[in-house]
Ligand binder design. Structure first.
Ligand SMILES: Cc1cc2nc3c(=O)[nH]c(=O)nc-3n(C[C@H](O)[C@H](O)[C@H](O)COP(=O)(O)OP(=O)(O)OC[C@H]3O[C@@H](n4cnc5c(N)ncnc54)[C@H](O)[C@@H]3O)c2cc1C
Length: 464
């Protein structure tokens, strides 16, 4: 396991003058309003004052874009031990077994809890419909709205969190840096268009800022996924680990000039073939599980086949699948593809891999505590040991829920015991002066260079 701690004299990203900045106080501050952040907020004692900040609107998160579903053993013919084994196999021997057991065991309860919040999962004969994805030995992926599971789950969760009187939600509020004092986290410096820079002092802080797909030229992730939480907590002295493990999703719609859009693994789960530009079903050459091999295997196979055929993509073929199944299961994918003149029932869908899921992150223990006192983490920003070197599909919404609760409860328990004076710390003039800003940078140029560099040198093909 690769672990890393920052050694630098640059503690804060930007200079600021504490005397000119408004101050706000919370018992618990949650940075991020995806599935992990909202679940953490709901786990906090209602007596406590909670602030949740999100850099865009609350509805904009990786969680809201989840397509395929959430994994959990709900079929009596399946067993928790199968889900554990599949997760461990996908993780290439680097999963933490105790964490896997704990998360997988809780999965059915977490799915039922989402239903109690009002989330409506797709049904078959009155029961929750379950599908299969790559690396899963049984049908255990619950889905909603066909292929827009995240949209439905997050709708229900947003309604729950907005109904809680103790939770304020600050949208369009950007977390710049964590505030630290005596080697513990005391809240954060944020910016929003209404108040400018603001100190949010908090007894306990939970980092749930999600992933980092936007660091790559090709990605399935929305614009908010820029790895901020990883960098912010790293600067504050928290340990990160396994940052080399970025998961690449094998099938991202490839239309030159068009936005990259995920074509869910569930499409292969329902039987779609992968073919190269000559029409050859090439997965036969790579893995006995064919199109349902784990994601790293399929992504590598596609990259290899693109290079062998000297063609910029491969294709998904659904023509042999029952047309009613396609309409029912993939309404959103069909709509997006139609926009590009592709009828998914008959036409081949051009795809290639894209950066999808940041496996590495802030090291957390089984309760979601990071190595920095006062800071907790959950979801994609964290590294709990669940995914090992490769995440099993549909395990991440689950992880966000399981660790969201744990981090929320842990932060809540400590915050209740802490005195309000804990949040006030001496202002140090050494924090810098707002006038000390350096030269302007061409951010678009920097971003283009960074994403290309990451794609070329920190991409799918690896060496030691
Ligand atoms: C297209 C797509 C499909 C997917 N499909 C599935 C699936 O079917 N099943 C599954 O299990 N997983 C799926 N995943 C992965 C899963 O959606 C994510 O791993 C998970 O939702 C992450 O949840 P999170 O709460 O950790 O982060 P997110 O949901 O990404 O939330 C991050 C939050 O942090 C906020 N934030 C970020 N930086 C800052 C900052 N600097 N200041 C303030 N706020 C900040 C954002 O505004 C946002 O509110 C998919 C991912 C994508 C992109």
């Amino acid at each position: 396991m690769a672990r890393l701690k920052l050694k630098t004299k640059h503690r804060y990203l930007i200079p600021f003058n504490p005397k000119r900045i408004p101050h706000t106080f919370a018992d618990v501050l949650i940075i991020g309003g995806g599935i992990a952040g909202i679940r953490a907020a709901l786990a906090i004692d209602p007596k406590l004052d909670v602030i949740v900040i999100t850099k865009d609107q609350l509805r904009e998160s990786n969680s809201a874009y989840a397509q395929g579903g959430i994994a959990g053993v709900l079929d009596p013919l399946d067993d928790v031990s199968n889900h554990v084994r599949d997760t461990m196999n996908a993780g290439k021997g680097l999963c933490d077994e105790e964490t896997v057991k704990m998360v997988v065991k809780e999965a059915p309860d977490r799915i039922r809890e989402l239903i109690s919040y009002g989330a409506e999962f797709d049904k078959e004969n009155g029961e929750i419909a379950l599908t299969k994805e790559g690396g899963h030995s049984h049908n255990r992926v619950a889905h909603a709205l066909g292929d827009a599971t995240g949209k439905e789950i997050m709708r229900a969760m947003r309604e729950m969190v907005r109904s809680r009187g103790n939770i304020q939600i600050w949208e369009k509020t950007f977390n710049i840096d964590l505030l630290t004092h005596q080697e513990s986290c005391r809240g954060s410096l944020v910016w929003n268009p209404y108040h400018g820079k603001t100190f949010v002092w908090a007894k306990q802080t939970i980092m749930t800022t999600g992933g980092a797909g936007q660091l790559y030229r090709e990605t399935t992730n929305p614009e908010i996924a820029t790895g901020d939480g990883h960098a912010i907590a790293f600067r504050a002295g928290a340990e990160v680990r396994d940052m080399e493990f970025m998961q690449f999703h094998p099938t991202v719609l490839y239309i030159a000039g068009g936005a990259r859009y995920l074509i869910s693994e569930a499409v292969r789960g329902e039987g779609a073939y992968l073919k190269d530009c000559t029409g050859y079903r090439f997965m036969e050459d790579y893995d006995p599980a064919l199109e349902l091999a784990p994601r790293d295997v399929v992504s590598n196979a596609i990259t290899n086949q693109m290079s062998l055929t000297r063609h910029p993509c491969v294709y998904l073929d659904l023509a042999h699948i029952d047309q009613d199944v396609i309409s029912e299961r993939f309404p959103h994918i069909a709509k997006v593809c139609t926009g590009f003149g592709i009828d998914i029932k008959h036409d081949l869908i051009p795809v290639r891999p894209g950066a999808h899921y940041m496996i590495g992150g802030l090291t957390v223990d089984e309760f979601g505590a990071t190595t920095l006192p006062g800071l907790w983490a959950a979801g994609e920003a964290s590294s709990s040991g669940l995914h090992g070197a490769n995440r099993l599909g549909s395990n991440s919404l689950l992880e966000g829920l399981v660790f969201g609760i744990r981090a929320g409860e842990g932060a809540s328990e400590l915050a209740i015991k802490q005195d309000d004076s804990f949040t006030v710390i001496p202002l140090e003039s050494t924090w810098g002066n707002e006038e000390q800003l350096g030269e302007d940078l061409d951010l678009q140029d920097l971003r283009n260079s960074l994403t290309s560099l990451m794609w070329r040198n920190v991409g799918i093909k690896r060496d030691a």
